[in-house]
Ligand binder design. Structure first.
Ligand SMILES: Nc1ncnc2c1ncn2[C@@H]1O[C@H](COP(=O)(O)OP(=O)(O)OP(=O)(O)O)[C@@H](O)[C@H]1O
Ligand SMILES: [Mg+2]
Length: 243
């Protein structure tokens, strides 16, 4: 079953075409990686899919339903959640509070919202820090909180925008394991990431964009060996380091 289909999506900001006729598809249960140089349009693609902006043209279909221009909170209720590249938790509130706020999308009951939030924190091995103020968390834990907030909305499709940026290598490995476990629980994942090791380990397929256009798509192995991708993004150093 197709979870998300993006057809000829274009997003224009004045004279800048940040996304240019982009096509991509994610099947249910897949992990799709999205990579490309800084400014390629990755976050803009997420913003259009998750409803922060309506695309200028093209069609976005989520579980068979056209969702162009739908509001983020309605998409979230329908099972499409995203994280933000720049995390902005309620810094003066604790972890449990931050996640409970997200749980309220599906319930009016504080008790149920808090129970759901706790279950999410436990599933991420994060419950031990539930009483810590979000503002006092390390970068790795802020990223984990960002994922916990998204999970508390009970998504079918999770869009993750650079949740591994700034993490140490062992923290990246831990995050890769967490995301694989989420996929094994049936959540479809669309992930933007600059850490190639993580993208290659996680993704079933990878889409590469440059100047808003798709320049390659394939399995991680195909992408790692694609001349255009090496020129545009990975660089010769990546090839040397890999061999
Ligand atoms: N709200 C906006 N208004 C105007 N221009 C924007 C807006 N958002 C993004 N852009 C521009 O669109 C282009 C794509 O930006 P985007 O943030 O999508 O890139 P990215 O691939 O996520 O980059 P990075 O890897 O640095 O996060 C950039 O030139 C950016 O300046
Ligand atoms: Mg970005």
């Amino acid at each position: 079953m197709t979870m998300l289909q993006v057809e000829k999506m274009t997003k224009q900001f004045g004279g800048l075409r940040a996304i240019d006729s982009l096509d991509l598809t994610i099947e249910k249960g897949q992990i799709l990686g999205l990579i490309g140089p800084n400014g390629a349009g990755k976050s803009t693609a997420f913003n259009c899919i998750a409803g922060a902006f309506a695309p200028t043209s093209g069609t976005i279909t989520f579980e068979g339903r056209r969702i162009n221009g739908h509001k983020p909170w309605n998409l979230c209720k329908a099972g499409l959640a995203r994280t933000f590249q720049i995390v902005k938790p309620f810094a003066s509130k604790n972890v449990l509070y931050n996640v409970t706020v997200a749980s309220f999308i599906n319930t009016g009951s504080r008790k149920i919202a808090e129970e759901k939030a706790l279950a999410v924190l436990e599933s991420l091995n994060f419950a031990g820090k539930k009483d810590m103020l979000a503002g006092n968390l390390t970068i790795a834990d802020r990223k984990r909180l960002e994922i916990a907030k998204a999970l508390a909305t009970e998504p079918k499709l999770l869009l993750l925008d650079e949740v591994m940026a700034g993490l140490r290598p062992n923290e990246v490995d831990e995050m890769v394991d967490i995301l694989k476990a989420l996929r094994d629980r049936g959540i479809t994942i669309f992930v933007i990431e600059h850490i190639m090791r993580a993208i290659m380990a996680l993704s079933d397929r990878v889409v590469v964009i440059q100047f808003g256009k798709k320049i390659a798509e394939g399995t991680p192995a195909e992408i790692a060996n694609n001349e255009n991708v090496i020129k545009a993004y990975l660089g010769e150093d990546y090839v040397v380091a890999r061999n």
